[in-house]
Design a protein around this ligand. Structure first.
Ligand code: NAI
Length: 338
């Protein structure tokens, strides 16, 4: 039987009306690259999120299948699929949050920067769509190299006259999830009880875990610091090598992206105290983009939190991170302005 579109429409209107009256919240979320290794499990997790009322799944391949599959889940969000460039505008119109995991992943031996050639163009096209169809949406950018794709998105939005630095967030949550997990292993405690700030960027030495600021307050031996820093910085490569040419982190990334998106939606709803690490336009260092803790509210980022006190090891790491970050940022900016 064909789906009962009239019913769906009525149901949707009832929910919108409820939202307008300050009732149950419902946000419209689009995932661009929804049929990929990250996109599919992320789409499932967002379909399960009670804050999502409409979920748009866009890809250049296979989005109808993923949409049909997820549409049978008896959760609240209405799912709609969009296939190929001609449907990008319909996918984006009216969205509150756009999550972008579109692009190619790493293979063994590749750095995230090796993905630049392909993913830079994909991110540009998708962000042009966002600027045109939902300029007020919050954007969660996952496509690598994040250190360059966030500056690319910013330049696209500037050119379109829609840039709002408070609404463009590079997703670095997986670095935090890895840091929490590995630190919890060393401390012998539950990872849910650990919070490690991870600042800088999202590639190799630019990933800077601040082990001196771990919560609960903990001390580590120099060997533990060296082991943890290396494992957190190279967690992505660990997965790329284990997957042996079939891709990079997808399941843990989908989990991390869903966690971050949920934080953004709770912030947009007006919940207090939503603080996450993210790679954003920043004045915390002299670099124009940097990952730090940010407080998320109704308008996107409400507050950029300071780095806090760093020890000598972290200060040295920061200098290394800044050097590489400056080059990656410049590369992204020149890609749009060349
Ligand atoms: P994948 O290849 O499995 O999926 C990518 C999807 O993007 C595919 O379905 C593809 O059809 C789609 N796509 C390609 N061009 C598109 C376009 N122009 N418009 C819409 N969709 C398009 O790759 P996977 O594993 O899902 O990774 C995606 C991206 O996420 C990669 O760039 C990867 O490096 C990055 N990533 C980022 C992480 C982070 O922490 N920020 C962690 C892990 C991966």
């Amino acid at each position: 039987r064909p789906p009962n579109l009239q019913m769906e429409e009525k149901w949707w209107l009832r929910r919108s009306d409820c939202r307008a009256k300050g009732g149950a919240p419902g946000f419209k979320v689009a995932i661009l690259g929804a049929a990929g290794g990250i996109g599919q499990p992320l789409a499932m997790l967002m379909k399960m999120n009670p804050l999502v009322s409409v979920l748009h799944l866009y890809d250049v391949v296979n989005s109808p299948g993923v949409t049909a599959d997820l549409s049978h889940m008896d959760t609240g969000a209405v799912v709609r699929g969009f296939l190929g460039q001609p449907q990008l505008e319909s996918a984006l119109t009216g969205m509150d949050l756009v999550i972008i995991p579109a692009g190619v992943p790493r293979k063994p031996g590749m750095t995230r920067d090796d993905l630049f050639k392909i993913n830079a163009g994909i991110v540009r096209t998708l962000c042009e769509g966002v600027a045109k169809c939902c300029p007020n949406a919050v954007v969660n950018l996952i496509s690598n190299p994040v250190n360059s794709t966030v500056p690319i998105a910013a330049e696209v939005f500037k050119k379109a006259g829609t840039y709002n630095p408070k609404k463009l967030l590079g997703v670095t949550t997986l670095d935090v999830a890895r840091a929490n997990t590995f630190v919890a292993e060393v401390l012998g405690i539950d990872p849910r009880d650990v919070n490690v700030p991870v600042v800088g960027g999202h590639a190799g030495v630019t990933i800077l875990p601040l082990l001196s600021q771990v919560n609960p307050p903990s001390s580590f031996t120099p060997e533990e610091i060296a082991y943890l820093t290396d494992r957190i910085q190279n967690g992505g490569t660990e997965v790329v090598e284990a997957k042996a040419g079939t891709g990079s982190a997808t399941l843990s990334m989908a989990y991390a992206a869903a966690k971050f998106a949920d934080a953004c939606l709770r912030g947009l709803r007006g919940d207090a105290g939503i603080v996450e690490c993210s790679y954003v336009a920043s004045q915390v260092t002299e670099l124009p983009f940097f990952a730090t803790k940010v407080r998320i509210g109704r308008q996107g980022i409400d507050e950029f939190l300071p780095l806090g006190p760093l020890n000598e090891f972290e200060r040295a790491g920061l200098e290394k991170a800044k050097k590489e970050l400056a080059e990656s940022i410049q590369k992204g900016v020149s890609f749009i302005n060349k």
